[in-house]
Design a protein. Structure first.
Lengths: 274, 106
């Protein structure tokens, strides 16, 4: 039962942390609950479908379908997180004002926030399908199914619990700093996801396979709890390849440029109208 | 940074699928056989994993980065390497107690 809990926990943790950070990063934004929960519901439904069709997906594109699918999900999440950060760089100020004084208006506040829905959906789609497949195997295995089921539920609950703790921790950050901190978190998160996507593309043979640049797994293994947390939050990899490092750095730079450009033009246009 | 770019250019120019040696590994009753496979070092190899169990398994490298789910009663091809000489352990993550194996790069 405990080993089941550990495996499910590992899979749930990444999704839980991403959704948590998105929730904290959009504190006070009207309609964010609707968009995020809609994305989660769609993602979970998708996860079941992906698990059911795992064989067909794995067999597609001459056996590299699973890797391409994973890379696609990760890169979609990266684009959505980038969109979020760039959007926030022109709206954070209004959001802070709104949180301090509810009557302060948020321009575009009623716009559809697709990026929130898609980002949270992607977060649960990939890992969720792995949980479903694993639990299916457990159920089909027959032996002590109840204990395994209990382990699965324990894993899901503890993953969500860690997410909840992070959320409460983030909300303790003073409002004027909150969006700056979550912006940094999402920036690093997105870069890490891009590096993981590069790993899957190499595994599929789309990108060249390379020997790792270095190996720090003896210092900090990605399979340890702390290593996995760092892997999710800042993209820590014990054995990165040159390609993964390049994806990481390019994502960091591109999103940062987007944020500072949009933030600057927003400030200029505000100065012009006031 | 220069070194990084150089590494990218050099490896990008290498063909991805040129004469990759193939090794077969079977999963049955959540055990890999053979448990140890000798592979050539410093070149990419293809592992064909035949999951003969009815349940899915996740092939995962312990000290190399590969993750692949293999549904029940299906085969999956996995490109690994290039490896420096040494031992590379892998597990079936869904049945980690029994599903253990090793690639020995020489």
């Amino acid at each position: 039962m405990l080993s089941t809990a550990v495996i499910v926990f590992r899979e749930v943790l990444e999704a839980a942390l991403i959704v948590t950070i998105l929730l904290a990063a959009t504190k006070g934004l009207p309609g964010r609950g609707k968009w995020i929960s809609g994305g989660l519901a769609a993602g979970l439904t998708g996860a079941v479908l992906v698990a059911v069709f795992a064989g067909a997906i794995a067999g597609a594109f001459s056996g590299t379908g699973q890797e391409l699918f994973n890379a696609g999900v990760l890169l979609t999440a990266v684009v959505m997180l980038a969109w979020h950060n760039i959007w926030m760089s022109s709206h954070a100020k209004e959001l802070v004002a709104h949180l301090k004084n509810v009557s302060a208006k948020i321009t575009d506040g009623t716009l559809p926030l697709y990026f929130l829905a898609v980002a949270s959906g992607m977060a649960v789609l990939r890992e969720g399908s792995e949980v479903v497949l694993f639990m299916y195997g457990v159920a089909a295995g027959g032996s002590s199914a109840m204990g395994m089921l209990a382990g699965g539920i324990l894993g899901v609950v503890s993953g969500i619990l860690i997410g909840g703790l992070l959320y409460l921790g983030l909300l303790r950050i003073p409002t004027q700093w909150l969006f700056r901190v979550t912006g940094w978190l999402i920036l690093l998160l997105a870069a890490g996801l891009a590096a993981s996507a590069a790993g899957y593309l190499s595994q599929a043979g789309v990108l060249p396979s390379q020997a790792p640049l270095w190996d720090t797994s003896s210092l900090l293994s990605e399979r340890s709890v702390f290593g996995q947390l760092l892997h999710i939050l800042v993209g820590y990899q014990a054995r990165p390849t040159a390609m993964q490092l390049a994806f990481y750095l390019i994502t960091l730079v591109l999103i940062s440029i987007g944020m500072s450009k949009v933030g600057r033009s927003h400030r200029l246009s505000q100065a012009a109208t006031s | 940074m220069k070194k990084l770019l150089l590494a990218l250019v050099v490896t990008a120019s290498a063909p991805a699928f040129a004469d990759v040696p193939v090794f077969n590994i079977t999963i049955k009753d959540h055990v890999f056989s053979p448990a140890q496979t000798e592979i050539p070092a410093n070149q990419q190899v293809k592992l064909v994993i035949d999951n003969q169990d009815a349940t899915p398994e996740e092939f995962e490298g312990e000290n190399f980065d590969i993750e692949k789910i293999i549904p029940g009663n299906t085969q999956a091809s996995i490109l690994v390497g290039p490896f420096a000489p040494g031992e590379y352990e892998f597990v079936g993550e869904f049945h980690e107690d029994t599903a253990k194996g090793e690639l020995i790069a020489k």
